[in-house]
Design a protein around this ligand. Structure first.
Ligand code: ARG
Length: 259
């Protein structure tokens, strides 16, 4: 009996060890498998219209938007199948660093802190933070937010802006949740990127956008790539530059902003 137990314990230990090794090697193996399978895996957070959102008929599976169309074209030009991995915005750079995805395309602002962790492509879109308020709101500039209930989205540059201004705020995980909070009168202002703000204001009655160019400087979106993967970065830069110069990115922006 004792012997059997010992054997059993040994077997369990072996299986566990093998499973552990498999799990540890998994991420890097996945990146290698992707290469072999001719797949390029993009990480995104599909909660950011018009750049990425879930739709019945997306350009890549159920994912649609400006970024998704760019990802699709990058895949096509590289002769690879573009795949999307949808995750929380906060998890994207980690997923890139551990090889779970090959690139991150998520309306992500190029900023120095992030650039310490990953490499950014050439910029492909210029944006800025804006304030979304109720139509009858008296907020006309950023300092008017001082005594108001501010909502931001967790991990977005809008959060850092408001934090730097020294104002108290509440952070939500999704833009759509933040907007519901505003529509329901539970907060006074949502700070978020301009094009996304325009989408939300178009889709919900009774809201308007307030800009403050002095308070919010312009931001540029880039595609993030693992620091080790300089070859992919060069390829992406080449394709993005072409898509900017031949008007493709402008066309995509116009198309998805109108919808
Ligand atoms: N531009 C902002 C940032 O980089 C917001 C991006 C949000 N993107 C998304 N796919 N949810 O922080």
């Amino acid at each position: 009996m004792k012997k059997m137990m010992k054997k059993f314990a040994l077997a369990v230990a072996c299986v566990t060890t093998v499973a552990m090794f498999a799990a540890c090697g998994g991420k890097e193996d996945e990146a290698k498998n992707n290469e072999q399978a001719n797949v390029i895996k993009f990480g995104t957070n599909a909660e950011f219209p018009p750049f990425e959102f879930v739709a019945a008929n997306g350009v890549i599976d159920q994912y649609d938007g400006i970024d998704m169309a760019i990802a699709k074209q990058i895949g096509d030009e590289l002769g690879k199948t573009a795949q999307i991995e949808n995750m929380e915005f906060d998890s994207l750079l980690l997923a890139l660093q551990n090889g779970q995805v090959d690139a991150v395309i998520a309306g992500m602002t190029i900023d120095p802190e992030r650039a310490e962790e990953v490499n950014f492509s050439v910029p492909y879109y210029t944006a800025k933070q804006v304030m979304i308020v109720k139509e009858d709101s008296t907020i006309a500039k950023a300092t008017d937010m001082a005594d108001k209930k501010i909502v931001v989205i967790q991990g977005y540059t809008g959060e850092s802006c408001v934090k730097d201004m020294g104002y108290a705020y509440e952070a939500f995980k999704k833009g759509s949740e933040a907007i519901m909070e505003l529509v329901n009168g539970k907060c006074d202002v949502v700070v978020i990127d301009s094009a996304t703000a325009q989408k939300y204001v178009g889709d919900n009655e009774g809201l308007k956008i307030v800009e403050d160019a002095e308070a919010f400087s312009s931001e540029e979106y880039g595609i993030a790539v693992n620091k080790k993967n300089t070859e992919l970065l060069e390829q992406i830069n080449e394709i993005l530059t072409k898509m900017k110069n031949d008007g493709t990115i402008n066309e995509l922006s116009a198309k998805y902003s109108e919808q």
